[in-house]
Write a protein that binds this ligand. Sequence first.
Ligand code: ADP
Ligand code: AMP
Length: 221
Amino acid sequence: MNLVLLGPPGAGKGTQAERLSETFGFFHLSSGDVLRAERKRGSALGKRVAGYMDAGELVPDEIIMEVILEQVRSSPESAGFLLDGFPRTRTQAERLEEALTGEGRRTRGALSLEVPDEEIVERITGRRICPTCRRVYHVKYQPPAKPGQCDADGASLDHRSDDTVEVVEQRLRAYHEQTEPLKTFYRERDLLFEVDGSREMEAVFEGCSRIVRGLMNEAGA
Ligand code: ADP
Ligand code: AMP
């Protein structure tokens, strides 16, 4: 079963995707992680997207589309995928559905994590990430056992260069202008599920899990 996660930057998509994938066996694909890995490798793609990412703007559809759709197509059909950060524009959503239809697959639901802008800034500025295993922490809401160190592998945690007050404003603008309208795209297809993402992580996880189980039961019925 294939799902997409919607929501503003810092809403908790990566955090929930990690838990949902562990629990339900989804193939988790984060477009932001894919792009950051390309930058780290110093690839041509990484160099093309750096300016957009640092400015908090979406990278152009034609750049992101091929790299993500290729990974979606090659994802194991048995697991089903959980897309985190893609699609982010109407064109991306339409192209995703076209690509899936061509393979006899489809998106079964879009879970939208709803978090007000006022809460986003604190989540984003306090976020820390393990550079090796990609585990996500928060200095206040999900601190590692030892400050600055990943619980899983001891690596020194990173602070993303776009996780600043200045850049987050532009990222929120991009979300409201270009990504939020996707809720209508999925609602029109009876695929939208809104989840109150402002609650504690565990409560958000329970809300998402209930929806996933409901969809799985329907699929099995
Ligand atoms: P996204 O993938 O949507 O950008 P993340 O999952 O990386 O968001 O979460 C952003 C930050 O907020 C992280 O530091 C994470 O630990 C924290 N966070 C995630 N969910 C919650 C929550 N329900 N309550 C408080 N903090 C949260
Ligand atoms: P994220 O890790 O999801 O917060 O994404 C970080 C940055 O990567 C964004 O601010 C964009 O510049 C870029 N990005 C990630 N996913 C997409 C996408 N689907 N479309 C366009 N840009 C993207």
